[in-house]
Design a protein around this ligand. Structure first.
Ligand code: C2E
Ligand code: MG
Ligand code: MG
Length: 587
């Protein structure tokens, strides 16, 4: 460290004193020393050439040393040049006063050369060390700030697409929420991404997301932000708050999915759904995103774009309420079964019944199975409910057999949800339950919808095959409404096909429906299945179905689903009164 080149300023109104110090420093190799005898020039000098050390007399005319320190402090604040006071007074008061003002040291007059030099060197070298330390601290601070900025950016950026991630999006939304321009959101869910992962691996799937996000981003205006909300969900934040414009933008974005995505030699199909929300005022971020997510059309819905509206929310709330209310409903005795007879179209005899679930909630009232079954499937509650339905149905079968009501051709069918068929021990448990109740298998049947079979085909096939082997009839329900494929009824051990009500409803008016019903019946027969038609409401519907060879029918025309006692009464009544005109006679 070279102290000799440091800038030392000596201020003393007594020129002889100043000269003495300047000579002393000069003699000891200091090359940058300066003297001022008029205290009024000190500030100007310091502003121009800030000294590394100020040797300052206290007693001076015009401005004393205290006043100069004041001036310098006001000007330099914390960066005030280090100061040694030159004084003849060393009384306590002076000492306290100057120390309080931040002065580093004192030199007392008359000067002792060695001591003066040592004090000057001490202060300069201490100051030098402070400076070095300050510089290091500053460099460190800058480095930390830069790294923090990098880390911040990283934590807000998705590493694959380099787009903002959820944190980044939240920040953009936070900023937008306090601005006064409105905000519109497009919540974009990518479908089939998991299939791409399965087929091509993660690296291709990553490229795919990168590719599609670039394609989407290029269609947004410069004020919009696109980011990744989840693994297969993107969020576009725009300043547009006009519903039709947002919907047009959404439709334009969906256009990017019309063709398969080209990645090198690969062509990968990808699809998307978009939920839209917007607000023109200050907003709650989570709520706005939730609104867009709520509006997102369901995966299996034909609709691909939907804008938020209050009804959606009410529906959602109702769904949540129901989902909560379902839990424990069987134990609380809120569930019951009703039975709808199935009638042979040839003999008009009762050949069986379908057990249908009813739920009466003390506050929500009667809730249709069409509403609560899908919810119970989604939450898993259907497993317990399904067990309860099986038990309850078996209890009734035992009671009716005791009453001698069931002949050998009579069976009771129970609807089974997809979720139940994913159980590996479904068939085996069902069979042992029948054994416990002493019910021969032929009295029992199952109805399964096609969509239920799709989810875990392998296991469903296994379970159904076990049941078929033991003579439990299995029907495919609602045929024609799902992903209808006759291949199903060939590869799975079905004994019965139930034509959905949708095909029966308009049979009288629609030649196409008549033809369809006819074809389905012929094909079902070709693979050895009986056909039951659902939702028969008129005699002429029954007549037509009989004419095309459909074996059995079920519907309001014969009976609505009835509580167990009413069902028994209905069966007894029908047995004691002659059957109505046969369908053939009605034609
Ligand atoms: P599904 O198995 O196809 O049942 C037939 C539905 O059509 C029943 O509705 C029945 O009341 C109704 N129906 C019968 N005849 C007629 C008619 O002539 N006209 C009209 N318009 N409708 C008729 P429900 O009881 O509301 O059941 C709806 C669906 O809920 C059932 O369709 C079934 O998929 C499901 N479900 C009902 N009970 C259960 C159950 O215990 N477990 C499972 N997993 N699902 C059930
Ligand atoms: Mg059914
Ligand atoms: Mg059905």
């Amino acid at each position: 460290m070279n102290l000799a080149s440091k800038h030392v300023l000596v201020v003393d109104d007594n020129a002889a004193n100043a000269e003495l110090l300047l000579d002393l420093l000069d003699d000891h190799g200091f090359t940058n020393v300066h003297g001022i005898s008029d205290p009024r020039q000190v500030l100007a000098h310091c502003v121009k050439h800030k000294p590394d050390l100020l040797l300052l007399d206290i007693r001076m005319p015009f401005l004393d040393g205290y006043a100069i320190i004041d001036q310098l402090q006001q000007h330099f604040l914390h960066q005030m040049p280090p100061t040694i006071v030159l004084t003849a007074q060393i009384d306590d008061e002076t000492r306290h006063r100057v120390l309080n003002m931040g002065v580093r040291d004192f030199i007392t007059k008359p000067f002792l050369h060695e001591e003066v030099l040592q004090r000057i060197r001490n202060t300069l070298s201490l100051e030098h060390r402070y400076q070095v330390r300050d510089q290091q601290a500053e460099t460190l601070e800058r480095m930390v700030a830069k790294r923090t900025q990098q880390l911040n950016h990283q934590s807000r950026t998705d590493p694959i697409t380099q787009l903002p991630n959820r944190r980044g999006l939240m920040q953009t939304l936070r900023e937008a929420s306090i601005g006064d321009s409105g905000t519109g959101l497009l919540f974009i869910a990518l479908d089939h991404l998991d299939e791409a992962v399965r087929l091509h691996g993660y690296s291709i799937a990553d490229q795919l997301v990168r590719h599609i996000s670039q394609t989407l981003y290029s269609q947004l205006d410069s004020g919009s932000v696109l980011g990744l909300w989840g693994g297969s969900e993107l969020l576009a934040i725009t300043q547009c708050t006009d519903q039709p414009t947002l919907e047009r933008l959404a439709a334009q974005l969906l256009g990017s999915f019309e063709q398969d995505q080209a990645l090198g030699d690969l062509l990968i199909p990808l699809n998307a759904r978009i939920g839209i929300s917007w607000t023109t005022e200050f907003f709650n971020i989570e709520r706005l995103v939730h609104m867009a997510a709520l509006a997102l059309p369901q995966k299996n819905s034909p609709q691909r774009i939907q804008s938020y509206n209050a009804t959606l929310e009410a529906q959602q709330r109702r769904r949540l309420n129901l989902q909560q209310a379902i839990r424990g409903a069987t134990q609380r005795g809120e569930m019951s079964l009703v039975f709808q007879p199935k009638i042979s179209l040839t003999t008009q005899e009762i050949i069986g019944a379908e057990a249908l679930l009813r739920w009466h909630h003390p506050e929500l009232g009667h809730i249709s199975p069409g509403d609560f079954i899908p919810l119970a499937e989604a939450s898993g509650d259907i497993l317990d409910i399904g067990d309860w339905v099986l038990e309850e149905t078996m209890r009734h079968i035992v009671a009716w057999r005791r009453m001698g009501m069931l002949n050998d051709r009579f069976h009771v069918a129970v609807n089974v949800a997809a979720r139940q068929l994913t159980r590996k021990d479904f068939a085996q448990k069902l069979l042992s339950r029948l054994a416990t109740y002493g019910i021969p298998e032929r009295f029992f049947a199952l109805e399964v919808t096609e969509s239920g079979l799709l989810s875990d085909m392998q296991n469903a096939r296994l379970q159904l095959a076990q049941l078929a082997k033991m003579n439990v009839a299995v029907a495919i329900d609602d045929f024609g409404t799902g992903h209808s494929s006759l291949a199903y009824i060939q590869t799975l051990p079905f004994s019965t096909l139930k034509i959905d009500r949708a095909f029966v409803m308009d049979i009288d008016k629609s030649p196409v429906d008549r033809q369809l019903a006819n074809m389905i019946t012929q094909l079902a027969h070709a693979v050895g299945c009986d056909v039951v038609a659902e939702g028969i409401e008129t005699a002429s519907q029954a007549a037509y179905l009989h004419s095309i060879g459909c074996e059995a029918a079920q519907g309001y025309y014969y009976a609505r689903p009835l509580p167990a006692d009413d069902f028994v009464a209905w069966c007894n009544n029908r047995a004691s009164t002659p059957p109505p005109l046969t369908a053939m006679e009605l034609v």
